[in-house]
Ligand binder design. Structure first.
Ligand SMILES: O=C(O)CCC(=O)C(=O)O
Ligand SMILES: [Fe+2]
Length: 314
């Protein structure tokens, strides 16, 4: 199904990224670029149908179950110098939630290093699954970014240099089931602080808020990926694209696992100059993504109506 321009204004399109005809230069590519951009401008996201090898899907999810089943002290080890939580959880306001981040999962050596921190005796299956899965989902990330650049009429070279200076994180989420009387809130409504987030969930629970305020439940399927713009994409696009509001509700009787490939700008980034004009005056100062992540948890940020505007809005 390919939503028309009108359709993607009212609902979240499901875009088929496994279509063989989806190659730069084809008519399908050109029309898909516009649907991708339309969905990101209206809702901050869309759903992507993207096939991954079922064996890889099974192995990455069992790898994540193993990881999150490690003792808390093991999971809480410091694994990155970046200002991100390598382990997040044990929060009284969202007691069901836990997550762990693997820094630079596209690099086999970094996957191996992370793995030996968690399993000093080694766990090749874990590090290989992480690396293969991240590489496969990164292909989708590149395609989406190329399409957005294409739809705005920007040179591909600009996209290549953005991708080159991008840092990736693979974050895995686990939600336990609520106890009697406990909230079923997994994660409260929020936008992500990154550039683009690509989520795949093992069980339903993820919900996306449309432009009109309506909440849409995302289906759980190995080939269904939610592609969500984060605050940095909003900065880059000078507010043409909005960051996607989403939340997680635990409505199942078993633990829920979900996986996200998150991208961050590794270099100071400015709003794309071609997206600044009289009708769209410059809205942001140069943006230091890691500076933003450090700012993100300060009291000033928590109090702000918009954290990104508080950090670098003009
Ligand atoms: O569990 C999920 O699928 C997404 C979690 C999420 O949105 C987040 O932690 O930022
Ligand atoms: Fe999120």
């Amino acid at each position: 199904m390919m939503g028309s321009e009108r359709e993607c204004e009212i609902s979240l399109p499901v875009i088929d990224f496994s279509n063989e005809d989806l190659k730069p230069g084809t008519q399908t590519w050109v029309s898909t670029c516009d649907v991708v951009r339309g969905a990101l401008e209206h809702h901050g996201g869309f759903l992507a149908h993207y096939n991954i090898d079922p064996l890889l899907h099974d192995s990455i999810f069992s790898a994540m179950e193993q990881l999150l089943a490690l003792p808390l002290e093991t999971k809480m080890q410091h694994t990155t110098d970046k200002p991100i939580y390598s382990y997040a959880g044990q929060r009284p306001d969202i007691p069901l939630y836990e997550s762990m981040a693997i820094d630079n999962p596209l690099n086999a050596k970094d996957c191996h290093k992370y793995t030996t921190t968690m399993w000093p005796q080694g766990n090749d299956q874990f590090s290989e699954s992480v690396n293969s899965y991240a590489k496969k989902v990164a292909e989708l990330d590149y395609m989406v970014k190329r399409m957005v650049f294409g739809s705005y009429g920007l040179e591909n070279q600009k996209c290549e240099s953005l991708i080159e200076s991008t840092d990736y994180i693979l974050r895995c989420y686990k939600y336990r089931t609520p106890k009697v009387g406990e909230t079923n809130l997994g994660v409260r409504p929020h936008t992500d602080s990154g550039f683009l987030t690509i989520l795949n969930q093992r069980l339903t629970g993820l919900e996306i808020q449309l432009e009109n305020g309506e909440w849409i439940q995302v289906d759980a399927s190995p080939s269904m990926f939610a592609v969500l713009a984060g605050d940095a994409f909003m900065v880059w696009s000078n507010d043409r694209i909005r960051s996607c509001v989403h939340r997680v509700l635990m409505n199942s009787k078993v633990e829920r696992y979900s996986l996200g490939l998150l991208s961050y700008a590794g270099k100071v980034m400015e709003a794309e100059e071609k997206l600044v004009d009289e009708e769209h005056p410059l809205r942001y100062k140069p943006f230091d993504h890691y500076g933003y992540l450090r700012f993100f948890l300060t009291e000033e940020a928590v109090k702000a109506a918009s954290r990104i505007k508080a950090y670098c809005g003009i």
